[in-house]
Design a binder for this molecule. Structure first.
Ligand SMILES: [Zn+2]
Ligand SMILES: [Zn+2]
Length: 466
């Protein structure tokens, strides 16, 4: 009652005095309670201490240390293992316990030194008295690069080549040797190149197509150079006969024009469609450049009779074959298809090595059919794929007829450019009698007209770009 009457009288007092008064009455302090931090503790009780939860079980809690069991067994058998009696030499490795059985350092004894050949450094080594494990802490353990899946031991590098190293299983009792029909050792190849750096694309050059003013002349030049297989000097002769001596001054200009066109087309190659199918034929042919042999790898679509991918290489090796098939895989992905195909090739060992590489790295699923040469005895499988094999041989004939006259390219890049331009010509411009006089991959302009020459091809690209 007393309080209520007080409150009634308080209502009439100003708000500031009210707070002071309430504070005084309730907490016996004249200052407002928000100011002092200590009062906070009085207002709300201290939070209760959280109940301590038991730690989850650790690996160490559940399993008894291996060494205790070993010690017990040894004792039962009557061979008591005593700790090392150290009088002079301390434990050189300063290990806290045995790495294998977790025995304390009393059971570790010094055991010479470990000298790795590579670094030439010296590491002290100890042996565990209980489990006989040897260990040199600090030396670092190198995980073996390749492990035999049959016996679980490390493979040894034996054969060193430019692009790969072959690792062999050295164990004589390896199960692989018993399973293998010839008793061969298990082997694995370690490739020394990076898959991501491989590319079939023409390396870009400096020559620009925009500098060529007369596109009609370019069309005629390329028709003579790429399609008719004339040498550049012959092209100059024909051009000068037709349009006057001033029009093309030297054969270098024709080469420059070819390079500019190839650069422009290779930059926009993604705009040109390349259909893929379940079957692919692959083969390689050779072209001469600067007195050397270069090898042209080709992947061919036997259904549309178009070239899927080409790669001109200095060497006829598995790396070149893998590069070509990387390009093929990219074409499959571009067509929104899984890279799974039947591959028809000759019996060159590079194709089998390439298939293994793609299988191991899971880049593509390739079923390889290697066809015997025409001089070998025919069999059923050969007959099934012979027509496809013949197709790619014929496609090479078209290239050979275009390169026959010049016999030799001046440089590797010149040969690369020619092969690239010939591929574009073969796919989109060259009319094929087996396809009712149509190119393998016909292109159509916005007006509905089919692309028939280089000029219209450039127009097609500019229409696609916009
Ligand atoms: Zn041990
Ligand atoms: Zn083995």
């Amino acid at each position: 009652m007393n309080k209520i009457s007080l409150i009634h009288s308080l209502i009439k007092v100003s708000s500031e005095i009210q707070t002071y008064l309430v504070n005084y009455l309730e907490f016996h302090k004249s200052e407002p309670r928000e100011i002092k931090k200590e009062n906070y503790l009085k207002l709300s009780p201290r939070p209760e201490k959280r109940e301590e939860l038991p730690k989850p079980f650790q690996k160490e809690d559940t399993s008894a240390h291996h060494y205790t069991i070993l010690l017990k067994i040894a004792e039962e058998q009557g061979n008591l293992i005593k700790p090392v009696n150290r009088r002079v030499h301390p434990l050189r490795t300063k290990a806290k316990c045995c790495r294998k059985c977790k025995a304390p350092p009393e059971y570790l004894k010094n055991h010479g030194f470990y000298r790795p050949k590579k670094s030439g450094r010296v590491y002290p080594r100890h042996t565990c008295k209980i489990c006989n494990a040897e260990y040199a802490p600090g030396a670092g353990r190198h995980k073996p690069k390749h492990i035999c899946p049959y016996c679980g031991y490390a493979l040894n590098p034996k054969t060193y080549r430019k692009n790969f190293v072959v690792y062999f299983c050295e164990r004589d009792d390896c199960p692989h040797r018993q399973v293998h029909e010839k008793g061969n050792r298990y082997s694995e190849k370690d490739w020394l190149f990076d898959y991501e750096t491989l590319s079939c694309k023409l390396p870009s050059g400096k020559k620009k197509l925009e500098r060529i003013k007369n596109k009609n002349l370019l069309d005629i030049e390329m028709t003579l150079y790429v399609e008719c297989g004339m040498s550049t000097r012959e092209v100059v002769k024909v051009m000068q006969k037709l349009y006057g001596a001033e029009i093309v001054k030297s054969h270098q200009i024709v080469l420059n024009h070819a390079e500019a066109l190839a650069n422009h087309l290779s930059l926009n190659e993604d705009l040109l469609p390349v259909p893929v199918s379940d079957k692919i034929c692959e083969d390689e042919t050779y072209l001469r450049y600067f007195g050397r042999w270069g090898y042209l790898f080709r992947a061919y679509n036997p259904e549309t009779k178009g070239i899927i991918e080409e790669y001109f290489s200095e060497h006829r090796d598995t790396k070149g074959c893998i590069t070509l098939n990387k390009g093929v895989v990219e074409k499959y992905l571009k067509n929104c298809r899984d890279p799974e195909f039947d591959l028809i090739s000759d019996r060159a060992p590079i194709y089998e090595a390439m298939r293994k590489y793609f299988k191991k790295n899971e880049k593509a699923k390739i079923d390889l059919y290697q066809i015997k040469g025409i001089f070998d005895e025919p069999d059923e499988k050969n007959a099934q794929f012979r027509s496809e094999k013949q197709c790619i041989e014929r496609s090479f004939e078209s290239l050979k007829s275009a390169t026959k006259r010049r016999r030799n390219f001046g440089s590797f890049r010149g040969a690369q450019i020619f092969c690239f331009l010939h591929k574009i010509y073969y796919n989109h411009l060259r009319r094929h009698s087996a396809l009712e006089n149509m190119p393998p991959v016909p292109l159509y302009l916005h007006s509905g007209k089919m692309v028939t020459n280089w000029n219209e091809l450039l127009q097609f690209i500019s229409e696609k770009q916009t």
